[in-house]
Design a protein. Structure first.
Length: 164
């Protein structure tokens, strides 16, 4: 039996912590869909197409990344609708703290109730536990060096889009 999982996120931008979760999920499941989703509660820095492009480049440039990864986007409908469409029975989410657990728990229960989709939480590598996309955006916007926190494709992109 084939196992398919979905790793959803805004990936605005993708971080090394995201790649760690994706890599580990891809080692567990036969196929992993990394799904760039629109979060109506957040104002995005990057359009979905650019997030997908940077995510794909970051995965392609990482020689340790398994080859069973599909990058896609979903902006209309429920996340579990996408899971049903691709035959995924599991969502994989990285969590950094108890705050993340509290935020995710109602969604986990709703996804299980709506479509019998389970959720697995992966704890981050301690080197990435303090990093979030929003923190990366703040540091980059203020001219800080974020190259230790993001894949090289993202660092290059941020360097070329930074105002002079």
């Amino acid at each position: 039996m084939s196992s398919i999982a979905v790793v959803p996120g805004s990936f605005d931008p993708v971080t090394l912590g995201h790649l760690d979760v994706i890599r580990r999920a891809a080692a567990i499941f036969d196929q992993v869909h990394v799904l760039v989703v629109h979060n109506p509660g957040k104002t995005a820095m990057l359009p979905i197409s650019e997030r997908m492009n940077l995510l794909q480049k970051s995965i392609d440039e990482d020689s340790t990344m398994p080859k069973n990864i599909v990058v896609a986007s979903w902006s209309v409908g429920l996340l579990v609708d996408y899971c049903t469409e691709v035959g995924a029975g599991v969502l994989v989410k990285g969590i950094r703290s108890q705050i993340d657990v509290a935020y995710e728990t109602p969604m986990v229960l709703m996804n299980r109730s709506l479509a019998k989709v389970e959720t697995i939480f992966l704890l981050p590598d301690p080197a990435h536990a303090h990093v979030s996309s929003s923190l990366v955006r703040q540091v980059a916007a203020l001219g800080g060096d974020v190259s230790d926190y993001v894949p090289s494709a993202v660092a290059r992109y941020l360097d070329t889009t930074r105002p002079a």
